[in-house]
Every structure is written in structure tokens, then in C-alpha cells.
Design a protein around this ligand. Structure first.
Ligand SMILES: *Cc1c(COP(=O)(O)O)cnc(C)c1O
Length: 390
């Protein structure tokens, strides 16, 4: 009998070691990691420079408190603002907390403008986390069921539908912000159209709403640029980051700009662990390594190569609905639930994931090389064909 709470239907496998794109299980069997801990291990496993940065910082100083200045945190805020064009950063320890900060910021912003019941527009199929507020913002009834009452102050619209947002704006005077994943991750790798993002951004400007993006999964190089919002060329007022930021150490960030900057004052928000020296050193090393090793360009190139190989391999196969995504954030939607594919791939030494029941999701490390990319396709294509009876 396990003493773990039964929150995960875990696969019966435990990894004991990792190097680059490879993981080894207890029996010494090797796996090609095309999931990267769900978009976390962008540098792969055991990157020597990251390991050294963490070890050096651990030896020097792990934690003090946000009661004091934290130099590594200040450096990381500078670096993230330089990369994103944003003005300020708040650090926390997860994606859900980054979104909690965004939600609180938007509410405070609303109250400061005399809106009594500040309301945030959120999307169908959105995923923002599992805390009560972020769960309420999340567009998954499955995740929400049993946890009612949910938090009020959200209004939900279909994804990629600007008219739906305009229609809500007509009768709801309490809207203060929109929260959007430029590419939905858990929702099935759904890509927001460029024109939609631009239109939504313009609508936010027109109405004085905050344009908030959840880039917890899509940020930090995953889509071939530092942030997915760059593909649409519209800078957000608020951005949530986490997964890839610390290469596996728990760090999240909420960045603010423009009207969203300076909304929080001392006492409005905080956290004990957020932005400590250790996690900030890991994030700083992650960003340095990504820049110096050209991992953004590599993510774009390998992503295109992988998408090509999948499209070629699955061309004309009945049951494949769509192959989509950007950079190394890819999904293969099938016409039926396909969770079994995860186990079949595991048997063949490949780690993938299925999300939204029908979407095979690939989030490999950004250090992927041509040979790895080709190997992912070479293993996965026959599995999908067999699964579909093609
Ligand atoms: C994973 C994810 C979250 C939640 O992050 P946690 O670290 O699990 O709390 C929020 N938003 C998006 C887009 C995510 O992919």
C-alpha cells in the first residue's frame, strides 16, 4: 500500500538517471524523452553548466527571505524584462501561482479603477492550474468537478473567437482583463490565430482591459522564440511563466508592463519561497545557456523537421485529424481517445503524452538534434498507424 495520496494514475516506471535527451529506468533501460517533464527540462537532463550553477549557488546561499533584497532575483527580473520588453517581475514557485498573481493583479487593477466586481475573460479548454482560483479560470469541467463552489469573477468564451469577446463586452461592465494561452497546452495544443491575438490585444487597449497571457507552457523558447506572444507581435500587459524557466527547479514568474506595472504595493502579494537565490540561479543559467547554445533557433528548426516528418509519415492516414503547434510544442489530434499510445510508445523506449483525450503531445527538450527528431517520428508514426488500424 502506497502512502502517497492517490492524485496521479502513474505509469509503472521510475527513472533514476538522465543525460541530454535520454532517461534511464531502474532496470537500466534507456528512453528518448519527447516530453521533457511536460515542457520543463528544456536543456534536457543533467546539463553540466546548469548542474554546476545550481551546485555553486547551493554552496553559497540557498534561501534568505523576501524581507531582504535578493540579488539573484533582481538579476533574473532584469534579464526577463530585457528578453520580454516587460517592466517588472514577481517570482513564485509554480505556474498556478504565477497565474494567481496575474488574477490578483487584475482584480486590484479593476478596484483601483472603481470596478466593484472585477471580472476576467477566460477561454474554453484553458488550463491555468489547480489552486482554487486558477482551477476556476481553467476550462475543464473534469478538473473542476467536485471542487465547487468555484471562485467567481470569470467569464468564459470560446477560444479563437473575437466576436464572442466583443459580445461579452457589450453586456458586462465589470471586465478588467483577458487571460489567454497563445497556444493552449493541456487543452490540446490549440494555436490562437495571429489575427485573433492582435484583435484581442486591440480590444483590450480600446476598453482599458489588461491583456494577460499564460505562457507557463509556451514560454522560454519552447515555440522557437523566447515567448509565444512574439509570433503575433503584440506585447502583453501581464505574462505568467513557469515550466521551462528553471529547468526543473520550481520557479514561476508574473511579469507586468504598462498599466499593469506598479499595481501591487507592499503587503498586496508575496510568498516565502518565491525567487530565492537557488531557483533564480537555475533560471539565470537556463536563460544564458539557451541564448549561447542557440536553442530558440534549434527549437524552431527541429520543430519544423518533426512536424514535416509526422506529416509525411501520417499523410492520408484515416483517423489523423490534424498535426499542429509551433516549434517544439506539437500535437497530433486523432479522431478517438488514444491514451494507450503513451504505453505503446513507452514499450518502444519513447516518452510522449496524450492530452485532451485525443491529442498526442510532444514537448521534447530544446537541445534535440536531427537524429533524435527523426527517431521520435520513426518510433511514433508506426505506433499511431497501428493504433488507427492503418
Ligand atoms: C502547467 C500549466 C499551468 C500550471 O502550472 P503548475 O506549475 O502545474 O501549477 C498553468 N498554465 C499553463 C498554460 C500550464 O501549462
Amino acid at each position: 500500500m502506497s502512502h502517497l495520496m492517490n492524485t496521479y494514475a502513474r505509469l509503472p516506471i521510475a527513472f533514476t538517471r538522465g543525460e541530454g535527451v535520454w532517461l534511464w529506468d531502474e532496470a537500466g533501460r534507456r528512453y528518448l524523452d519527447a516530453l521533457a517533464g511536460i515542457a520543463v527540462n528544456g536543456l534536457g537532463h543533467g546539463h553540466p553548466r546548469l548542474v554546476k550553477a545550481i551546485a555553486d549557488q547551493a554552496a553559497q546561499l540557498i534561501h534568505t527571505s523576501n524581507i531582504y533584497r535578493v540579488l539573484r532575483q533582481e538579476q533574473l527580473a532584469d534579464r526577463l524584462c530585457e528578453l520580454s520588453g516587460m517592466a517588472q517581475a514577481f517570482f513564485c514557485s509554480s505556474g498556478a501561482e504565477a497565474n494567481e498573481a496575474a488574477i490578483k493583479l487584475a482584480r486590484l487593477y479593476g478596484h483601483q479603477r472603481g470596478v466593484e466586481i472585477p471580472t476576467i475573460v477566460v477561454m474554453e479548454k484553458a488550463w491555468h492550474g489547480r489552486t482554487i482560483a486558477t482551477l476556476s479560470a481553467t476550462g475543464s469541467r473534469k478538473a473542476q468537478a467536485g471542487f465547487e463552489p468555484l471562485v467567481a469573477g470569470f467569464v468564459r468564451v470560446p477560444y479563437n473567437d473575437l466576436d464572442a469577446v466583443r459580445a461579452v463586452a457589450e453586456h458586462n461592465r465589470n471586465i478588467v482583463a483577458v487571460l489567454l494561452e497563445p497556444i493552449q497546452g493541456e487543452g490540446g495544443i490549440n494555436v490562437a490565430d495571429i489575427a485573433y491575438q492582435q484583435g484581442l490585444h486591440a480590444l483590450c487597449r480600446e476598453r482599458g482591459w489588461l491583456y494577460m497571457v499564460d505562457e507557463v507552457q509556451s514560454g522560454i523558447g519552447r515555440t522557437g522564440s523566447w515567448f509565444a506572444f512574439e509570433h503575433a507581435g503584440v506585447k502583453p500587459d501581464v505574462m505568467a511563466l513557469a515550466k521551462g524557466l528553471g529547468s526543473g527547479v520550481p520557479i514561476g514568474a508574473c511579469l507586468a508592463d504598462g498599466a499593469a506595472a506598479d499595481v501591487f504595493k507592499p503587503g498586496n502579494h508575496g510568498t516565502t519561497f518565491g525567487g530565492g537565490p537557488l531557483v533564480c540561479a537555475a533560471a539565470l543559467a537556463t536563460l544564458d545557456i539557451m541564448a549561447e547554445e542557440g536553442l530558440l533557433a534549434n527549437a524552431a528548426r527541429q520543430g519544423a523537421r518533426l512536424q514535416d516528418a509526422l506529416e509525411t509519415g501520417l499523410k492520408g492516414v484515416a483517423g489523423v485529424v490534424e498535426i499542429r503547434g509551433q516549434g517544439l510544442m506539437l500535437g497530433i489530434e486523432l479522431d478517438r481517445p488514444c491514451a494507450e499510445i503513451v504505453k505503446q510508445a513507452l514499450e518502444e523506449g519513447l516518452l510522449v503524452n496524450v492530452t485532451s483525450d485525443k491529442v498526442v503531445r510532444l514537448l521534447p527538450p530544446l537541445i534535440l538534434e536531427d537524429g533524435h527528431t527523426d527517431q521520435i517520428a520513426a518510433i511514433l508514426v508506426p505506433i499511431i498507424k497501428r493504433f488507427l488500424g492503418a
